[in-house]
Design a protein around this ligand. Structure first.
Ligand code: HEC
Length: 386
């Protein structure tokens, strides 16, 4: 959750660090200098840059910002040196001085251990297919230790030398997806299975595709559990991708609307519901059936019901509604039987709410939309969220 004292430049700074190292990896891969692991270029070093500690130590973050500015200035000076005749030596000295005097942050604060897959990005697009696939694999390979609800209380949990983590914690959001992939497929640390000790990483039994699907499932499951426990999400959760059909049109993917910056509303069940010009409304029915649909657009994927139940931490979906914002984050949830929307339905919020401009709002939904637009999610993995 974003602290109100977070400076605006911190998230972009962390994003720049991440993009810089991803760019470096792409360049190395382009030159054929790095291997491919799990279908993507492998990070070749034992350390990588991480913004996590900068969030805690603002002084170091400020130091890094100044140092990057000094580095940029020094680079400009060095590039100009060949053209600076008499000023050549002063320019060189100045560049050197800038680099020496810059308040470089402590290396052990911005460098963290890296795995070959640390920078890997998920190819799934967070879809209901992949959540459903992950659910199946989880039941077979993970549940015994991690438990039916992901809180680490499975039947084999007590036999482990370390207790399996509780996924209703920041873990899945703070770890890089690539580090989760490594834990699932390659982590050599031994765990006690029903048939004896075995490495935690299950590359021998799980494909890369299985592992990415598991990560989507784990996040959906944790989101639902957190909603049950706390009533809100401390980390933003995306509206999963799914097949949708609107009257008289071919089936298309829900994420196609995000490219067009549309707000979406999902309505579960066949109850009374009306279109609203402020959102694209989609009807979700168990099994993807069309019977009794009151809306023009219908979710056709039979796995969507299950995925939304998991994400919401509730099997009683009938009458539930969700709103996704223009960028595809799930922002609000209204429970069955609720009368209209209000700002209290926000499930993904910031603690800066009181500072949000209170615009003239005609109704609950208007107020909710105004609030969502005024406080967009600014998610940077490893940085502050919301
Ligand atoms: C035999 C027990 C067992 C099984 C089976 C198992 N895990 Fe784990 N898992 C653990 C334990 C114990 C830890 C904690 C390890 C530690 O922190 O040293 C752990 C840690 C993790 C972590 C956290 C890694 C991190 O970076 O902190 C993830 C993610 C995870 N498991 C996912 C899975 C998935 C997905 C499966 C199924 C494919 C699975 N595990 C199967 C016991 C198990």
């Amino acid at each position: 959750m974003q602290r109100s004292d977070t400076p605006d430049w911190l998230n972009p700074l962390i994003a720049v660090l991440q993009q810089a190292q991803a760019g470096l990896l792409r360049a190395l891969h382009g030159l054929g200098l790095v291997q491919t692991v799990d279908d993507q270029p492998a990070w070749p070093w034992a350390l990588r840059l991480s913004g996590d500690n900068l969030l805690i130590d603002l002084g170091q973050a400020r130091g890094l910002l100044w140092s990057l500015a000094a580095l940029a200035a020094a680079t400009v000076l060095l590039v100009l040196v060949p053209w600076l005749r008499r000023l050549r030596w002063p320019a060189l000295g100045m560049a050197l001085l800038l680099l020496m005097l810059a308040p470089w942050p402590r290396a052990d604060l911005i460098l963290v251990p890296a795995r070959p897959t640390s920078l890997h990005a998920s190819p799934t697009g967070f879809s209901v297919e992949s959540i459903a696939h992950g659910a199946q694999v989880y039941g077979r390979q993970c549940l015994a230790c991690h438990g039916a609800d992901g809180r680490g209380q499975g039947p084999l949990a007590a036999r482990q030398s370390v207790w399996p983590p509780n996924f209703t914690s920041p873990l899945l959001w703070r770890r890089a997806d690539g580090d989760l992939l490594w834990a699932i497929r390659h982590d050599p640390r031994p765990v006690q299975t029903a048939t004896g000790p075995q490495a935690h990483g299950q590359a021998g039994r799980l494909s890369t595709e299985d592992a990415w699907a598991l990560i989507d499932f784990l996040k959906a499951q944790a989101a639902g559990q957190m909603l049950q426990i706390a009533g809100a999400w401390p980390y933003p959760v995306g509206l999963p991708d799914m097949d949708v059909r609107c009257a008289g049109q071919p089936v298309r993917r829900l994420h196609a609307w995000q490219g067009r910056q549309q707000r979406l509303r999902l309505v579960a069940g066949a109850g009374e519901v009306q279109e609203d010009p402020r959102l694209v409304s989609l009807q979700l029915q168990p099994g993807g059936q069309a019977g009794g649909a009151a809306l023009d657009c219908l979710v056709t994927d039979p796995r969507a019901w299950q995925a939304m139940a998991l994400l919401s931490g509730s099997a009683g979906l009938q009458g539930m509604q969700w709103i996704g914002d223009r960028r595809g984050w799930l922002r609000a949830l209204s429970r069955p039987g609720a009368r209209g929307w209000s700002e209290d339905d926000l499930v993904c919020r910031t603690d800066t709410a009181s500072q949000a401009p209170a615009g003239p709002a005609a109704d609950g939904l208007g107020a909710l939309i105004a609030r969502m637009d005024a406080e967009p999610v600014r998610f940077v993995k490893g940085g502050f969220v919301h």
